[in-house]
Design a protein around this ligand. Sequence first.
Ligand code: FES
Length: 145
Amino acid sequence: MTTNSVGCRTTVLVCITCRASTEPTDSPRKGLALADATTHALGDAVDVNVLRIRCLGNCSRGLSAAIRRENSWTYVFGHLDAERDGPTLIAGARLFAESTDGLMPWRGRPDPLKRGLIARMPPLNFLGEPADPKAGAPDARADTP
Ligand code: FES
């Protein structure tokens, strides 16, 4: 595994236990197909790490995946498509890898990672906004343009 230009590894976590809403319960899980497609989209490249995970707590909005990077925000996505979004997740991870502020850029982000954004969570070392109301309005670093 390698690190990007700012020294951070980027990982895609694909839920392999997700089912599509229209998927029969006795068929292979589409989440597993999405994981396979993501691994296939990465090919022999080593700039992104792809891991499989069992449930991201986003089951009703599956298929689900997350993209995280050291010292950066973590993004959870839903409503993904097994046939379409393996390359989408790799493209999003590569875009995120080049970010210099720890946020996944909105501009250039694949559309399924815009429409399918469920949540973003701060890095472990995030200190938050001051609790003092006299400190003024928080610095809005919205995830939208
Ligand atoms: S089974 Fe995939 S998020 Fe729960």
